[in-house]
Design a protein around this ligand. Structure first.
Ligand code: BTN
Length: 230
């Protein structure tokens, strides 16, 4: 499944693989199918402009992909499958956080540049950088970044929009959960029950009898009232 012509730009240390991928694209030194990977990032960034703490020992890569539907869902599914082949079972929190239990193992940031998608993936392999994180090594994962890269190359662009959404619906851990959604800093958060994923990949949240499609934002899984009562 691996495309032998795939070019991998490797760095020991870099600011952000996202920025480097964008720079290489703009300079004509990278194109669709290339990957930028670093052992450590000094200015890694996550969704909502947050810092992505990126010490040595983690997986930090940006995949330059053609523009396809549901890019972050595709990449989330491909990494979930790759991690499973390497012995680690994860769940996907909408839209694309990789979780083990309620803790975050990894995240995905999709940006656009030069008419392509930059899919940045960060996975905690050897140590969890935050108390809310978990690492693969804490779950007996003994693989390194090269193993994970080898398991994902060639898998990120597979499948029709329909099959990708079907696969996502069957494994998205958010479905059925009580959730709080922070859509933006200026809007009050919404709370309700996640009841589906529509054909656009939006999360359908039931609130006061209405079902509202949510296109983006941060999703927090709330504990169910039954558990909170215990
Ligand atoms: C998230 O907020 O969950 C997304 C995190 C994405 C982090 C990765 S690490 C590789 C790539 N380079 C970056 O600066 N960010 C992404």
């Amino acid at each position: 499944m691996t495309d032998a012509s795939q070019t991998i730009h490797r760095y020991d240390e870099i600011g952000s693989t996202q920025d480097e991928a964008r720079r290489l694209l703009e300079e004509g030194r990278a194109t669709k199918g290339h990957v930028v990977i670093a052992k450590r990032q000094t200015a890694g960034r996550g969704r909502f402009g947050r810092l992505w703490v990126s010490p040595k020992g983690g997986f930090y890569a940006t995949f330059i992909l053609p523009k396809l539907t549901h890019p972050s869902i595709r990449v989330g599914l491909a990494f979930r499958d790759a991690l499973r082949r390497l012995g680690i079972s994860t769940q996907l929190k909408w839209p694309n956080d990789l979780l083990i239990g309620e803790k975050k193992l990894g995240g995905i940031l999709v940006e656009e540049a030069c008419g392509l998608h930059l899919a940045g993936v960060g996975i905690n392999l050897s140590m969890p950088p935050l108390p809310t994180s978990i690492s693969a090594s804490q779950c007996n994962g003994t693989f390194g970044a090269p193993d994970l890269l080898a398991e994902t190359l060639g898998f990120l662009t597979q499948g029709s929009a329909k099959s990708v959404l079907e696969a996502y619906r069957s494994c998205c851990a958010t479905l059925g959960r009580q959730v709080r959604i922070h859509r933006s800093l200026s809007e009050a958060p919404l709370e309700g029950r996640a009841v589906g994923i529509d054909d656009e990949g939006h999360l359908l949240v039931e609130m006061d009898g209405d079902v509202v499609p949510i296109s983006g934002g941060e999703c927090i899984h709330l504990r169910s009232p039954a558990i909170e009562d215990r």
